[in-house]
Design a protein. Sequence first.
Lengths: 251, 478
Amino acid sequence: MLEIKNLHASVEGREILRGVDLTVRAGEVHAIMGPNGSGKSTLAQVLGGHPAYTVAEGSVLFEGKDLLAMKPEDRAREGVFVAFQYPVAIRGITNAYFLRSAVNAIRKHRGEEELGPVEFMDRLEDKLQVIGWDSSYLSRPVNDGFSGGEKKRNEILQMAVLEPKLAILDETDSGLDIDALKTVAHTVDKLRRPDNATVLVTHYYRILTHIAPDFVHVLSDGRIVKSGGKDLALELEEKGYDWIREGAAVA
Amino acid sequence: MSSGIEAQVLQPYKYGFVTDIESEVVPPGLSEDVVRLLSHKKGEPEWMCEWRLRAYRNWLKMSEPHWANVRYGPINYQGISYYAAPKQRPQVESLEQVDPKLLETFEKLGIPLGEQKRLAGVAVDAVFDSVSVATTFREELGKLGIVFCSISEAIREHPQLVQKYLGSVVPYNDNFFAALNSAVFTDGSFAYVPKGVRCPLELSTYFRINASSTGQFERTLVIADEGSYVSYLEGCSAPVRDENQLHAAVVELVALDNATIKYSTIQNWYPGDEEGRGGIYNFVTKRGKCLGKDSKISWTQVETGSAITWKYPGCILQGDNSIGEFYSVAVTNQRQQADTGTKMIHIGKNTRSTIVSKGISAGRGQNTYRGLVKILKGAEHARNYSQCDSMLIGDQCGAHTFPYIDVRNSTAIMEHEASTSKIGEDQIFYCKQRGLSAEDAVGMIVNGFCREVFKELPMEFAVEAQRLLGISLEGSVG
């Protein structure tokens, strides 16, 4: 589904990614871990197509198509979703309106009929229940006045509604209390299907106790320096990142 | 909106067509004789002609104001024609007698006037260049005692009301442009809502400038008698021309005891091209007087057109407990300039005013908010809340705020909030990452920013306003 080869990317002239290789197949959950400043968020932003990041080298194929050549909105319409670490607020626009506009933009792209407000609301009911929200959240402006945890939940709600093929969750777990973490993790787990894939970018082990990843990768200084199964996450939790760094330096 | 704005954004100014119609235009130039000729053509009584001449003589002594934060070349007042009217039979008894070309013009503008097609719930007075061509729903309104007609007709048919209130809010010597208007105004709308009547229809005037080298000087007078309610809408547009055309209107509103007037404007005059050629100079004086106690006047304006906008719809809060409101969205794109805001003059006790101003600048547009809140000595326990928000799109535009506050009574409570924001790359990226196009993203962010104002507009107008905003910001984001 996703094939990243030798990806180099920079922001404001600083090279952050220095040759990332990663392959994600349908049905898989990958966790990308690593210390602060290792390039985890940059990877998520580059895959989303943020204009502040420039790619100097490498390739990214999504379902065989050149992802880097696509505009951000086309990536989204093709099924790439990024849950942001710091979601922005949009004043005066309700969550319901925003969600419906996004769903309809994607439906239009697929040649499907756009949904009216009533039809859309019907479909939204179950998704809301999953993340434990009542409909009052739909009439609030997008992320405006939301707490950190509410913003993160809102990202997951969007993900549940948009049903992407590939979801990239950028530190969705940070800043969540234990109950919120459980809800978010549970939702992500529930959305797993044989035909979609998830990349969890995270700093902490704890979310991985709720969502069992198929693969764990360690990103350090802009490269994936170690990959393994979910046991690798546990090892990291015990030994810390320095252990990997030293290992990488030696290798 | 996803399909709506996207389609709209690609359209140029869509009201820029010219109607090919034979017009009677008086030669350019202004003098006492021209004022007399004008008054004569309209069959006005002597007192009206005298009033115009007094205004004209005052105007001669005044000079054009240049304190506004806008720039433009000198205006040649002798180069303007002060009267342009489509040639037609002098007295039109019914719509069937109106020149079909005129009806067609308004239909193209989305203002059908014919019996079968006219807008439900909205009575329209259609003004084409210097004259009112048709007013719909007159009979229906007449049954309730509501007078809704052109100001020319009101001068002839309701002289007592006109004499009593014309110039009572904006005197003929108020300012340079108001004095000019008082001397040469050609038409406009008049509305009177009698005691205790709640006007069941939206009253609306649509102004269309068509002829070239002319100015439009319309005059509107709305009077709400005790305990009445009226909602008034104003729309306007003009053809695309290389020259600058002057539009100097005066609007006066009078609210008596317990009366409410809601006045909404969507201003969509031709803004000029990318290089700043052509476009309307919109130099307008609009003021309402809350004459009676517990009266209320609410202004809502959406300003998207004009090369230059110079207007400050205000409220004189004379009656005790009266309320003044001003909700404004002003958009400047390309080389448009706007200097707009409001004046709230608190005279009566317990008077309250609310100001919500949203300025959006894009391209090389310059947007200025200028507001005055004045609390006079006798205005015990007056309150004002002001909120001025500016949004910048791109890095070549400007936003300026000049709030003047003059308080002469220590019991006053004043609140002022202001913010300036830039549509961020992050905000647009966020929307795009959810599948929205750049245009849809900007449309959504801007509409969200303006929501507090749009919700004050009557329903159909709010939809129109959102759509217009999309057109006005066309091409402002790559």
